[in-house]
Write a protein of this length. Structure first.
Length: 128
């Protein structure tokens, strides 16, 4: 399984922290989001969709199983729901996309579960 953690256009909102790393590689507490995903999906390969100049250190991929919003802190419930999704599904929380299955998702599914932490600003790294 290949996971692609996307910056989702938030790269500059988290600057200067994200000038040297993707949003999903920012430390929130003891772990980064990519470490959390690796822990929750131990069989997964982690890739990043970030700025071009960071791709050398944080490589991306063209073929992936899940494309994930890198600003979403994963939970066991979110991962369990993701495993139940089918090719072409996109998991949404209101207007925010959480996870896409496959390359061209068209089937919108609303997330109903425990509240998720979604990073919006730099200070969220410390407040949440």
């Amino acid at each position: 399984m290949k996971l692609l953690l996307a910056d989702n256009g938030l790269h500059l909102r988290f600057a200067p922290l994200t000038l040297t790393r993707p949003v999903a590689n920012l430390r929130i507490g003891i772990l980064t989001n990519d470490e959390r995903w690796a822990e929750l999906c131990p069989d997964a390969e982690i890739y990043f969709e970030t700025e071009a100049y960071l791709q050398r250190k944080f490589p991306g991929t063209d073929s992936y199983t899940w494309r994930i919003n890198g600003a979403v802190i994963p939970t066991e419930e979110l991962v369990a729901i993701a495993y139940q999704l089918s090719e072409g599904d996109i998991l949404m929380l209101g207007d925010t996309w959480l996870l896409e299955v496959g390359q061209n998702p068209t089937n919108r599914i609303n997330y109903v579960g425990e509240p998720l932490v979604i990073l919006q600003n730099r200070w969220d790294l410390f407040q949440r």
